[in-house]
Design a protein around this ligand. Structure first.
Ligand code: GLV
Length: 326
């Protein structure tokens, strides 16, 4: 008998069709957002789960789902997983790195451009019928080319953004990261390691690309914003909670920094209300990896992880590979 899996959110029909060749599949094509108790109930008797960032897999759920062997996240970030609890319960965790790197970097750059050049604000102005004449300083923003790009978190996506900045836009690229890149990678990215304080003080455009962890919680709060240039922009494509959104709203209102571009939010899909009223912030609904080819590739990789592990005993991108090696 084929293993049983749960696909916890709606997916591409072709992904579902592929999974159905290997598994007895329970799917959620109506895309109902289940409570933790409903998710636990749906997972009963399942060996695998195809998850997204909206499903929290923690010790409590795992204790109630003893047959579960793998959760394959369709995301590179996995802060919805309690990895330690999953490892302790013998449940493999997988994510979808690499396939979304360039698409996400494109979006990070789009948000830098839109924020620096005030694209959302000026579009709202035009749509409101307020454009009557040319004016010398109308929506004058800040330059991207030739400016200093700061990157906090320098993994695959950070490096792809650095290459765009250095090679495409002639930017000076500085970064801060837990560990230093090797010299060849630094050279390829045109990026220089600096302290967090230098990063805050020197960046014209500061982009956050670090994974969420308890240590990264509010890595950018009132103190950090106060160290930035009043002309600077802040871009968050990483995770909600890395920025203190309430402190950011105050900083944007008071002119501590010039503008922000946010694709992720604390407590999303809720957005801190003040951010919705401010003109100098570009807001997008967590879509940095959202191109059709990339979302298909992410879904395929998550499916391949389920098939690889439950059918062949080997996942492609495990987060707790010690379970496979054990
Ligand atoms: C999106 O946020 C992801 O982690 O893939």
């Amino acid at each position: 008998m084929n293993p049983k899996i749960l696909v916890a959110r709606a997916v591409f029909p072709q992904t579902l069709a592929l999974l159905e060749q290997h598994f007895e599949v329970t799917s959620n094509q109506d895309d109902v957002l289940w409570s933790p108790a409903q998710l636990t109930e749906q997972l009963q008797g399942k060996q695998g789960a195809f998850t997204t960032g909206s499903e929290r897999i923690n010790a409590g759920l795992l204790a109630d789902c003893p047959e579960l062997r793998i959760c394959a996240n369709m995301a590179v970030g996995y802060n919805n997983f309690d990895l330690e609890a999953m490892t302790a319960a013998g449940v493999l965790a997988t994510n979808t790195p690499d396939v979304l790197t360039e698409t996400t970097a494109d979006f990070g750059f789009a948000l830098i451009m839109a924020t620096a050049r005030r694209m959302a604000e000026s579009e709202r102005f035009l749509r409101a019928g307020l454009w009557n004449s040319w004016r010398y300083d109308m929506f004058a923003g800040s330059d991207v080319h030739g400016s200093t790009l700061g990157i906090l978190g320098m993994g695959r996506i950070g490096q792809a953004i650095a290459r765009r900045g250095a090679l495409g836009f002639g930017m000076k690229v500085i970064y801060h990261n837990r560990s230093r890149l090797d010299a060849a990678t630094e050279l390829a990215c045109g990026a220089t390691l600096v302290s967090k304080q230098e990063l805050l003080q020197q960046s014209d455009h500061l982009i956050l690309v670090l994974p969420y962890s308890p240590e990264a919680h509010h890595a950018i709060g009132a103190d950090e914003l106060a160290q930035m240039k009043p002309t600077a922009t802040l871009i968050n494509i990483a995770r909600g909670g890395i920025v203190d959104d309430a402190a950011l709203a105050v900083a944007l209102k008071q002119g501590t920094i010039a503008a922000a571009g946010l694709d992720v939010f604390e407590g999303e899909p809720r957005v801190y209300p003040d951010l919705l009223t401010l003109p100098n912030v570009v807001l997008t609904p967590h879509i940095a990896s959202a191109t059709l080819p990339t979302r298909l590739a992410m879904a395929q990789l998550a499916a391949d992880n389920l098939i690889g592990y439950l059918v062949h005993g080997k996942a492609l991108t495990p987060l707790n590979p010690q379970l496979v090696l054990a």
